[in-house]
Design a protein around this ligand. Structure first.
Ligand SMILES: [Zn+2]
Length: 400
């Protein structure tokens, strides 16, 4: 926690002001602030926003910084899962090293909060989690990392994975994950009952990958909604992707979105290029809290992506046919403050009393800042400068 005075910034694209951070929190915003014994930065008139938030990624999967991976395959979801599980060890994919690379790039690009799923399966047991827990510890104070214990290869179809998830949560994973309770686990009742049982036992929230399309996905989502209500877990349940809410059937999707909003279920979307995704504008209009995420970056699944939430926001914006400035402002909010809100963490924005986390962005307006491909001039976490002009400024930490 640090003190910092940043001169000449435009909070949320408004009038130029100075911003003072004391003990890691915003203490004052105003004209010509003075403070003694405080580090000073010149914002040079740049727009300031709350730090960016990657609310759905997989820090344990990236090959970033390694040699080019030539073994990517097409095929079904199951083919991609199997290819990755079999490739990890021959590839030498060291999770601590790779998650450091991935997270440090996110920090350099202005991200202050990350929710990362970690694979828990028979082959790797809890070793991937251990690597990521080390990364979370190494980067404490520079970025906050929530870890989701994620049964990537299935839960009910792989006896023993339930106990591994149980152990992962006891070891420090923050969130209970899940994967396609109907199409992957072939038993939505047993799968969801297990997930909610773990959440209740450990007092932790839930985030379920739901790729299931159409009516099957809608059925599974209804089961998630029913359990959220029955367990009184409003605000504690998230669904990632939720492609079924992207179905071109407003008579089915509209009421489902209303129920999702009523039970305060959070949706995490990545603008997936090869699927019908739920409309960000429609979800926000329905009152749903939505987070955006980069998902997998240059991993065994696919070659695409950058560890940069503005890069991802542009993909989500294109996918959602966004053109107007108000839509781009909504997009930027979902990639920053809104994502934090969806993850269940403080999301007050740039106001006195809020956490001293902010990112300066290039551009004349908030809308311009989304589309402008330029390094972030300054990234501040808890009043400490962690990156400058796209490069890390973390003493003692170098890119592995
Ligand atoms: Zn994912």
């Amino acid at each position: 926690m640090s003190d910092l005075l940043i001169r000449n910034i435009r909070p949320m694209g408004g009038a130029a002001a100075d911003l003072l951070i004391r003990d890691g929190r915003i203490a004052a915003i105003g004209a010509a602030l003075s403070a003694t014994g405080v580090a000073v930065e010149d914002g040079q008139g740049a727009i300031a926003i709350p730090t960016l938030v990657d609310a759905h990624t997989h820090l344990d999967k990236t090959t970033w910084g390694m040699g080019w991976y030539k073994g990517r395959k097409g095929g079904s979801l199951q083919d991609l899962i199997d290819n990755e599980r079999n490739a990890r060890i021959p590839l030498g994919l060291d999770v601590h090293r790779q998650s450091m690379r991935h997270a440090l790039q996110l920090i350099a690009n202005g991200t202050g909060h990350i929710r990362s799923h970690v694979d828990v399966d028979h082959d790797h047991k809890l070793t991937l989690l251990e690597g990521k827990l080390r990364t979370r510890e190494a980067l404490r104070g520079a970025v906050d990392i929530q870890i989701v214990a994620f049964p990537q290869s299935g839960l009910m179809i792989r006896p023993g994975v339930y106990d591994l998830l149980d152990e992962a949560l006891a070891m420090g994973a923050d969130v209970v994950g899940g994967l396609d309770p109907s199409s992957m686990d072939r038993d939505p009742k047993a799968s969801l009952d297990a997930i909610f049982r773990l959440a209740e036992k450990h007092g932790k929230p839930i985030d379920i990958h739901l790729h299931e399309y159409g009516e099957l996905g809608a059925f599974t989502l209804e089961e998630i909604i029913a359990r959220t209500r029955a367990h009184g877990m409003q605000g504690k349940v998230g669904v990632s992707h939720c492609f079924c809410l992207g179905a071109p059937n407003p008579h089915r999707v509209g009421p489902l979105m209303e129920q999702v909003a009523r039970e305060d279920i959070r949706i995490f979307t990545t603008g997936h290029p090869s699927a019908e995704v739920p409309s960000l504008q429609d979800m926000r209009a329905a009152g749903i809290k939505v987070g955006l995420g980069c998902d997998g970056i240059r991993d065994t699944w696919g070659p695409w992506g950058q560890p940069d939430m503005l890069h991802r926001a542009r993909i989500v914006g294109m996918k959602n046919r966004m053109r107007r400035d108000d839509e781009l402002e909504l997009l930027l909010d979902a990639a920053s403050r809104g994502g934090a809100e969806a993850m269940g963490i403080e999301a007050r924005g740039l106001v006195v009393g809020a956490a001293g986390d902010l990112t300066l962005v290039a551009g004349e307006t908030l809308a311009h800042a989304v589309v402008e491909e330029a390094p972030r001039p300054l990234v501040v976490k808890g009043g400490r400068v962690v990156a400058r002009n796209g490069s890390l400024a973390l003493a003692g930490i170098t890119m592995p």
